[in-house]
Design a protein. Structure first.
Length: 230
């Protein structure tokens, strides 16, 4: 089997289709592409070893946006975004993806690296769920990119991985993320006290979720009908 994290042997030009793999459903696949209202083309594609530079540069530039909403970085933000730190992160997430536990995506905007979507803690069987997380580079904020990326990731979880339920959390002080999730059909289900260690302290989170049968059609379909996508 080719190392699909490290080699450019497969271009991921075509979205996943056909029967799902029994061990690693939905991976490694790209999603279909969608168009933002301004005409830009967006898709999700697998994280690869070659994303090192873009991933580190964008996250270092966006420390003021990301550090307040992400798990506390051991040793500081800069230390967690060195080349060595990237390799540790990448090898860990690669192993988890190979075991079907996580699907790490890059957000592509007109072919350029623009952020990340992760489907994590994937469980099949009687639970059949995962969580979704995402971040968008600040240079592309304000265009509906996070909303589109969340829709693509959620649809992939339901339609390609074959899950019944997708969950997410967001900080009370980050209502923008809450709006992205609400527009995509996530519903408030609870409030988690001191849920995660974020930016140096334990912080509460809103807990939201949706099931595959909560809404008609897909997230992308609903965004198109509402005019948020072309």
């Amino acid at each position: 089997m080719l190392d699909l994290f490290g080699l450019a042997a497969r271009s991921f030009r075509e979205p996943g289709q056909g029967p799902r793999d029994q061990v690693h459903p939905g991976w490694p696949e790209s999603t279909p592409a969608v168009r933002l209202r301004d005409g830009a083309r967006v898709r999700l594609r697998p994280l690869t070893r070659r994303d090192d530079r873009d991933w580190r540069e964008q996250r270092l530039l966006d420390e003021p946006f990301l550090r307040p909403v992400e798990p506390t970085a051991p040793g500081g933000w800069s230390a967690c975004h060195t080349s060595a730190a990237w390799w540790n992160y990448f090898t860990g997430i690669r192993a988890a993806a190979r075991h079907g536990q996580v699907v790490p995506f890059i957000i592509e905007l007109d072919g350029h690296f623009a952020g990340q979507v992760t489907l994590g803690a994937i469980q099949h069987g009687s639970l059949s769920d995962c969580w979704i997380g995402y971040w968008v580079h600040s240079a592309f904020m304000g265009r509906g990119l996070a909303t589109a990326a969340c829709a693509l990731g959620t649809d992939h979880a339901f339609r390609r991985i074959g899950l019944h339920r997708v969950t997410a959390t967001y900080l009370p002080g980050n209502p923008a993320s809450g709006r992205v999730l609400a527009v995509n059909g996530f519903r408030e289900e609870g409030y988690l006290r001191e849920n995660l260690h974020i930016d140096g302290r334990w912080q509460d989170h809103h807990f939201v979720a949706q099931n595959i049968d909560d809404h008609p059609g897909t997230c992308v379909d609903r965004l198109r009908r509402s005019g948020r996508l072309r």
